[in-house]
Structures are given as C-alpha cells and as structure tokens.
Design a protein. Structure first.
Length: 139
C-alpha cells in the first residue's frame, strides 16, 4: 500500500507595532503525518530531535481512531489508549519512560471492564483481576 508522508514544522509569531517577531521557532520539533492511498490519515505524531515526543494518533482506513499514546524523548511516557472501531475504549495504560506503571485496564467491546493489572515501573505488582462481558468476576 502506497503511503504519503507529510512533515509540518511548528512556528509561532506575534505581531507588534514594529512588525512580526518570531517568539518561538523550533526547527527540531515537527508533526509528522502519514496517509493511506485513498488520502485518509493513517497517523499523526509529534517529534522532537527526530524522536517521538508528544501525542501520537493512529487511525484505520475508515478513519476510526485505533490508538492514542504520549511519548517523551522516544519512549512511551504518559497515557496509552486503544479503541474499538465503535470508539469505545479497549484499553488504558500508563507508562513511565517506556515502562508500564500504574493500572492497566482492558474493556470488553460492550464497555464492561475486562481486567485490571497493576504495574510498578514495568513489573507486575498485583494479581490480575478479570471479569466476563456480563461484569461477573472470574478471578
């Protein structure tokens, strides 16, 4: 599948009585976008110094958001979310510089909680808890 890539450089300008002044121009920060052959967006990501840094969005060919993630200096750092095609949340997980940290929650497509697993800097710190699609505790 042919992909089209586009890079956008961010620049902020303020107008004063003497003209335009460039308050902030960061040639090392950019937004990268990729498109499917039909022109619909595949992903949009923020980069700093050629490393993922900021928000990243991935879409399927129908334009549905599949994943959202936050990065810092090339590593997952912050929230990562996955979505079903319906838009319902599939999972939510927190990251600390590339390591899962805190709760990871998965959901059934009907929005019912499926599982919770706790992480402490990349290591499981508690037993997993699971529910079926009716909300009944499995273990």
């Amino acid at each position: 599948m042919l992909k089209i890539n586009k890079i956008v450089t961010l620049s902020f300008i303020v107008f004063q009585s003497c003209g335009f002044i460039n308050l902030w121009s960061d040639k090392d920060r950019e937004i990268r976008e990729s498109y499917y052959q039909d022109g619909s967006i595949e992903y949009k990501s923020s980069y700093f110094n050629n490393k993922l840094d900021g928000e990243t969005y991935y879409y399927d060919t129908e334009g549905n958001l599949l994943t959202y993630a936050e990065y810092e200096n090339g590593s997952l750092h912050g929230i990562s979310k996955g979505f079903y095609k319906t838009g319902n949340v599939k999972y939510v997980c927190n990251y600390f510089y590339g390591h899962k940290h805190g709760e990871e929650r998965f959901y059934h497509e009907n929005r019912q909680l499926q599982s919770i697993l706790e992480y402490n800097y990349g290591k499981e710190s508690k037993e997993i808890i699971r529910w079926n699609e009716k909300g009944e505790l499995l273990y």
